[in-house]
Structure formats: C-alpha cells, structure tokens
Write a protein that binds this ligand. Structure first.
Ligand code: GLA
Length: 381
C-alpha cells in the first residue's frame, strides 16, 4: 500500500468511524500519441502513470452512497439519482453509480473516501482516475460481473451523460486497461487493445513529463467545438467517422471540404491516426528512439491544424528539443496541461532545467517536471 492508500483509509475512518472493506486504486495517464482521435473512432496509445486515485470503500448501512475526499472531508450523500441531480465533484461518483445501474447492474450502497496524488486539472486524467477507482470499488463490493473491456464505456457514460462533458474513451480506457511496463494500443471503434512493451529504462531512455502549469482557459467549449468540427467533416465526406479516411485518400478528401477550419481539423485527425500506427510499428520492432520525430510532428499538427496548444506548451516542446530530446509533444486535451519529451535517461535534469530557464525568460509560471514510468491500471490494492 502506498501513502495515498494510507491517506484514503484514514479519511474513511475519520468520516465514517469504521474501517473500509478495502482500497481500490486507479491511475492518471499520459497519452504517448493519438490526440483527439478517440471520438473519431481512431487510435490512441496511452500509458498509466504511477500517480493514482485511491477509493477506500465499504458497505453503507443506510442504503445510500456517500463520498468524501481529503479535499472535501464532509461527505456528499445521495440515493438513486438521475443525471444532473448531484453536481460538483460528487457528480463523477454519482455518475458512476447511475451509469452502472443504467447498464443493468445492481449497485451496492457504499461509503467511499478518496485520496489522490494525480495532479488536478493538468491534462493527466484526474477525473477518469476518480471514476475508475470508484467504478472498480463498486464492482468488487457488489461482486458484479462486468468484463474489463466493458468498464471504460460505463465510466465514459458517467462523464458524458451525468457530468455533461463530451469526452471520448481514451482516459477511462487508460485508467482501467493499462498494464505496468506497457503502452495501451487501443482501437477506439472496436475497443480492441494490444499491450505494447514499453520499457524505456532498458533502452537508456525516459519520458520526461513537464506540467506547463498554464491556466486552463475555455477548455470545455473549445473541446466540444473540435468534436463538432470533426463530426461535420466526416458528415461532409460521407463517412461514419474521420477514422475512415486514410492518409492515401487525404488530399482528395481535403479538396472536397470547402471550409478551411474543417480541412485543418480533418488533416490533424487523419495524420494523427497514422502517426499512432507508425509509432506502434516502431515500438513493436524495438526502434524506440525513432518515434521521436512522430511525437514532434504530432505537436506541430496540434498547434497548427487542431489549434489546441498554448504558448507555455509550445515553449516547453521547443526547449526540450533544443536540449536534445528525440521528440516532444503536448499530451491530453489541450489548452495547457502537460508536455512529454522522449530523452536519454541521463538528460532528465538538464532538460527540465532548460525548460524552466525558457519559462523564466518569458515570465511564465514555473513548470513542474518528472520522469514518468508506465504503472498498472485500476485494481484493488
Ligand atoms: C481529453 C478527453 C479524451 C481525449 C483527449 C484528447 O483527455 O477526455 O477523451 O479526447 O482529451 O486526446
């Protein structure tokens, strides 16, 4: 058990005056490549962070659901609800109860306490970690038979319908289905996965995660707008999703779109899907360093075509590359959040210092950097 587990257990005992029945942990994620491709039925390649959200949970004698956290020690309590009835952070928990019930499962009433070391609001999927920890706890407490490959879609429904955020299935899949030492190659149409060996240390390499600490602005509206543009482009091209356009067909497809914004959004998705496939091929054959240019090309596409980067992340990518990184890109939904850089393992401090220096020169809030390894997915601990 790690410290976060201890903290969740203590929060449970303080709030409810009894011991939890168990502890369930679910990680945040870094998406190695494949951004905004998930809701286009495309490909993604995340790995799970060692940082996790832990749900300490036990049965509830009052037949309701109660949840508290180290940040909100006073429990929120609810019975059976419909989407929208619980708001604030409790909506993620009430949403999981609702989505499980809506999928036909009898959800056990439960008392839950949450602790987490996943950085909040940094594009590392703190919400999916919360949803996945609670989902896993409720499934185990109730002895429910929910196959692992069905779980992400249940958590995604909680977020889409109950919380009201139009996200894809990347984050919940990563938090639930990732394995330690592997990157998760996910087909977001079929939900098929391949666990790709991802042991960078064995190659003398590392992924440096740089939190830009840039304030998130207009995130929700911009995200929904990108999604609508992609759907509009697919409709104009007469395909179910942009996944169905290959790079070989791209030039012709773009000629058929008369709106420049739609053209650029579509070009990002089609080329990004191909970059995921190319990254997977290189990793399968152990040519890890060679994925660098694909990561950097992904960033340029997010910056120029999808227009979801901000100065802080562009500067972090540029400074990492100038410090010798093989490749670097923003990871996550965008408009701030984190950058990842593929570096030689002994260059972590130098790269972090180079980014911090570039931030100082521009009077940006200082970044926070650390080396990320691929941790396990959601489980009882
Ligand atoms: C957010 C969403 C995901 C995905 C990414 C971008 O993290 O929750 O579904 O769309 O942005 O790749």
């Amino acid at each position: 058990m790690n410290n976060v587990g201890e903290t969740a257990k203590r929060a449970f005992t303080e709030a409810y005056g009894t011991e939890p029945a168990g502890l369930w942990a679910a990680p945040g994620r870094v998406n190695l490549i494949g951004e905004h491709t998930d809701y286009n039925d495309g490909f993604v390649l995340p790995f799970a962070l060692p940082q996790r959200t832990v749900a300490a949970a036990g049965p509830a004698p009052d037949g309701r659901w109660s949840v508290c956290s180290t940040l909100a020690p006073e429990p929120v309590s609810f019975g059976v609800t419909e989407p929208g009835e619980v708001s604030g952070w409790g909506a993620y928990v009430a949403g999981i109860v609702w989505a499980l019930q809506d999928a036909g499962f009898e959800v056990p009433p439960a008392r839950i306490a949450i602790a987490s070391d996943v950085p909040l609001g940094s594009g590392l999927s703190s919400s999916a970690a919360l949803e996945s920890a609670v989902l896993t706890a409720l499934i185990d407490l109730g002895g429910l038979e929910v196959p692992t490959d069905r779980r992400p879609a249940i958590a995604q429904r909680a977020e889409n319908v109950y919380v009201g955020a139009p996200t894809g299935i990347l984050d919940q899949s990563a938090s639930i289905r990732c394995l330690a030492g592997r990157a998760l190659f996910l087909d977001c149409r079929s939900y098929q996965v391949e666990q790709i060996p991802f042991d960078l240390a064995a190659e003398g390499l590392a992924i440096l995660v740089i939190n830009s600490n840039a304030p998130h602005q207009h995130v929700d509206g911009e995200y929904g707008e990108r999604r609508k543009s992609c759907e509009a482009a697919a409709a104009a091209l007469g395909v179910p999703a942009l996944r169905d356009v290959s790079t070989a067909e791209l030039t012709q497809a773009l000629e058929r779109l008369d709106d420049d914004v739609l053209r650029r959004r579509a070009r990002h998705i089609v080329t990004e899907n191909q970059r995921v496939l190319d990254t997977v091929s290189l990793l399968r054959s152990g040519r890890v360093r060679e994925i660098g240019p694909l990561l950097t090309a992904s960033h340029a596409s997010m910056r120029d075509d999808f227009e979801i980067t901000v100065d802080q992340v562009d500067v972090a990518v540029q400074a990492s590359l100038e410090a010798g990184a093989y490749g670097a890109r923003m990871t996550g939904g965008g408009f701030g959040g984190c950058v990842l850089a593929l570096i030689d393992a002994d260059r972590a401090d130098a790269t972090a210092a180079a980014v911090a220096d570039a931030y100082r020169q521009r009077d940006f809030t200082a970044p926070t950097s650390w080396v990320a390894t691929a941790g396990p997915g959601a489980a009882r601990i």
